[in-house]
Design a protein around this ligand. Sequence first.
Ligand code: ADP
Ligand code: MG
Length: 264
Amino acid sequence: MSLLVARGLTRRFGGVTAARDVSLSLAAGEMLALIGPNGAGKSTVFNMIGGQLAPDSGRVALDGADVTGLPPRALARRGMGRTFQVAQTFASASVLGNVRLALLVHHGHAFDLWRREAALFRAEAMALLDRLGLAAEADRPVAELAYGDVKRVELAIALAAAPRLLLMDEPTAGMAPAERAGLMRLVATLAREERIGVLFTEHDMDAVFAHADRILVLLSGRIIADGPPEAVRANPEVQRAYLGAAGLRAASRAGRPAGRGGAA
Ligand code: ADP
Ligand code: MG
């Protein structure tokens, strides 16, 4: 069974139909990229799945249960996680403190952090930081970290809730290319090893073609392509409408291991 199934999601803003009859499915351990030009409707679809925005019509199911219209907190309890921006972390607190707080909240101990249980979830938090390559930064305030490390702290906070489905809206926005590749590699590894389904939007085509198992292309609120990277790259409508054939070939070649991008 698919982890996530969306059927016929539609949302209008005044005269604009931001998403029209959008359907998608996502399996455990799968990386699904949602791409399209600015204004295509990516964030609208994302927010309808994440519970920030109610659809005008259509349904969302998680593990076969209808979750349409549930608020983000209810979705989080059912295993849907989401990365948030820097402002959502406590920048003056340490990396370890932020991750411990996320673990405490997940386990229903939010108030204990400020009491005596200084060791509570410390080992779990360190294990998670180690997994993300952040162990050496554990005691540093988040405010002191390089931008790429802050993004990894955001990921650690999301993972503290042990999500089975992770939504990431432009996870690499503002990052340098080398940092972007590193973060996407890390997310892809976690998805496969922990069997987390990941739905992400992304502007960087290198990151998309290197790490997505499947790509969904939106144009003016409609899905115009849904398939593995090779098929999407070869889709004439995608090339015409969105990326331009040359740009898409270059992007997909740059993002894939040698020998896999040469056929296009
Ligand atoms: P993307 O994330 O792909 O850039 P969006 O989902 O943000 O696209 O936007 C899709 C369309 O819906 C755009 O035309 C945008 O102007 C419009 N739109 C999105 N959110 C709102 C809103 N809250 N109010 C009015 N129009 C919106
Ligand atoms: Mg957007």
